[in-house]
Ligand binder design. Structure first.
Ligand code: AR6
Length: 173
C-alpha cells in the first residue's frame, strides 16, 4: 500500500519531501507552516523570499505549489502549497484544494521524490472542515498514483487522532 496514515509532527518524518500548508506570500505563518520554518531554520525563509512574486506579495497563488530545499529538515525538498480559505464551500474550495494535491504531486515527480508527506491542507487556520477535505485529499492522491503508475510512497501526516481516524476510514472505505 503506497498510501499511509501516520499520526505525527510532519517535521520529524523521514521522507524525501514534505508538503507545507503555506500562504500566498510563502514567508511563513502559524500552524504547520510555522513548525516547518522553525525546524528548517532561516535558510528556508531566505530561499522562499528569493522565489519570484507573481504579483505584489504573492509568490504562490492559491491552488498552486512551489519547491524549495529542506535546509535543516531531514527532507531534501519542501513543497509549499496554498490551500483555499473555507468560505462555506461554494467559492471553488474543493477544486482549489484538489489542485493543491495534484500540483504538489507533480512537483514531487519533477524533483524525483520517491516518498512524500502531506499535512491536512486548509484544515487548520484556513477552516476547511476535515470531513469534507479528507475525501478530496484521498481521491486526488489515489487518482494521481493510478494515472502516473509512479512508485511514490505517500504519507498523510495527521496532527491528532481524530484526523488520523478520518483518513483511515476514507482509505479503508
Ligand atoms: N505536523 C503535522 N500537521 C500539523 C502540524 C505539524 N507540525 N502543525 C499543524 N498541523 P494549518 P491551513 C495540522 O493551520 O489550514 C499558516 O499560518 C493542523 O492540525 O497549519 O492550510 C499559513 O501560513 C491541521 O490539521 O494550515 C497560512 O496562513 C493542518 O495541519 C495558514 O496557516 C493544517 O493546518 C494555512 O492554514
Amino acid at each position: 500500500m503506497p498510501i499511509e496514515v501516520i499520526q505525527t509532527d510532519i517535521t520529524t518524518l523521514d521522507v524525501d519531501a514534505i508538503v507545507n500548508a503555506a500562504n500566498e506570500s510563502l514567508l511563513g505563518g502559524g500552524g504547520v507552516d510555522g513548525a516547518i520554518h522553525r525546524a528548517a531554520g532561516p535558510g528556508l525563509l531566505a530561499e522562499c523570499r528569493s522565489l519570484p512574486e507573481v504579483r505584489p506579495g504573492v509568490r504562490c497563488p492559491t491552488g498552486e505549489a512551489r519547491a524549495t530545499g529542506g535546509h535543516r529538515l531531514p527532507v531534501r525538498v519542501v513543497i509549499h502549497t496554498v490551500g483555499p480559505v473555507w468560505r462555506g464551500g461554494a467559492s471553488g474550495e474543493p477544486a482549489l484544494l484538489a489542485s493543491c494535491y495534484r500540483r504538489s504531486l507533480r512537483l514531487a515527480l519533477e524533483q524525483r521524490v520517491a516518498s512524500m508527506a502531506f499535512p491536512a491542507i486548509s484544515c487548520g487556520i484556513y477552516g476547511y472542515p476535515p470531513e469534507s477535505a479528507v475525501p478530496v485529499a484521498v481521491r486526488e492522491v489515489r487518482d494521481w498514483l493510478a494515472q502516473h503508475e509512479a512508485p511514490m510512497r505517500v504519507v498523510f501526516a495527521c496532527f491528532g487522532e481524530t484526523m488520523a481516524r478520518l483518513y483511515r476510514a476514507e482509505l479503508g472505505g
